[in-house]
Write a protein that binds this ligand. Sequence first.
Ligand SMILES: *[C@@H]1O[C@H](CO)[C@@H](O)[C@H](O)[C@H]1NC(C)=O
Ligand SMILES: *[C@@H]1O[C@H](CO)[C@@H](O)[C@H](O)[C@H]1NC(C)=O
Ligand SMILES: *[C@@H]1O[C@H](CO)[C@@H](O)[C@H](O)[C@H]1NC(C)=O
Ligand SMILES: *[C@@H]1O[C@H](CO)[C@@H](O)[C@H](O)[C@H]1NC(C)=O
Ligand SMILES: *[C@@H]1O[C@H](CO)[C@@H](O)[C@H](O)[C@H]1NC(C)=O
Ligand SMILES: *[C@@H]1O[C@H](CO)[C@@H](O)[C@H](O)[C@H]1NC(C)=O
Length: 183
Amino acid sequence: MVRFKYIFYTIHLILITNLIKSQTICLNNSFITCDCKDNQSSVTCIENSPSNNTFIDWSTLSPSTHPYYKFYFINFTRLTSFTFTKFSLTFLSPEQIDFSFINGIDEIASDIFYPWEYFRNISVRIEFQSPRNFRLADNAFSGMKYQEFLINNTIHHPSYNFNLKAFNQAIVNGINIENSNKI
Ligand SMILES: *[C@@H]1O[C@H](CO)[C@@H](O)[C@H](O)[C@H]1NC(C)=O
Ligand SMILES: *[C@@H]1O[C@H](CO)[C@@H](O)[C@H](O)[C@H]1NC(C)=O
Ligand SMILES: *[C@@H]1O[C@H](CO)[C@@H](O)[C@H](O)[C@H]1NC(C)=O
Ligand SMILES: *[C@@H]1O[C@H](CO)[C@@H](O)[C@H](O)[C@H]1NC(C)=O
Ligand SMILES: *[C@@H]1O[C@H](CO)[C@@H](O)[C@H](O)[C@H]1NC(C)=O
Ligand SMILES: *[C@@H]1O[C@H](CO)[C@@H](O)[C@H](O)[C@H]1NC(C)=O
């Protein structure tokens, strides 16, 4: 019995140690907490509480070069042109980036992706899982080239207007809208 207990505790210790090791907070303040994995190729950011603050300075992370990045943004309520400040100084010329915004999203202001020359060079897939109000300003996604643009409204938030002017000067290969009965 005692031996089994020891084995049990040892396994638990190994699991806890691995959990601590895999936690790699790379950006943290009162507004957001980001966890980076595989040398920043997978980044998960959580907005800690609803905030009007949207400024994230990505240059505080060390520069990295991967062909592919995956970003998860959880509970972010607003995106503005400050959300990706100095992003191009850290994530050096990737071929593809996937952005996944999960829950939250009330409002997206103009020109969230800047500089255009940087983002236009990248194959971008962007998805919004269960956005809330999803108010899009004119030019929200301007200047961009999207491989795929997906909205998945599984929680069935109230109907929203899909502002097509958000896509001024943007190229979109595919728009996919799932589970939304009222647009
Ligand atoms: C993140 O920052 C907040 C406020 O600045 C602090 O209270 C919290 O302990 C920090 N969390 C980590 C994991 O460093
Ligand atoms: C954000 O700003 C709007 C308008 O200025 C205000 O109504 C709202 O309460 C603010 N939200 C937070 C979480 O501060
Ligand atoms: C992370 O990537 C950077 C640049 O690509 C490299 O210089 C650094 O050694 C890498 N760090 C680890 C822990 O792999
Ligand atoms: C996101 O917000 C919801 C409701 O506001 C909360 O229940 C959930 O725990 C939050 N998720 C994270 C990862 O903090
Ligand atoms: C665009 O991508 C090419 C090839 O990967 C690279 O040589 C060039 O510097 C990139 N341009 C910008 C503005 O990032
Ligand atoms: C939409 O959300 C549902 C529930 O979270 C999930 O099962 C489904 O795979 C999602 N579809 C896409 C295309 O992301």
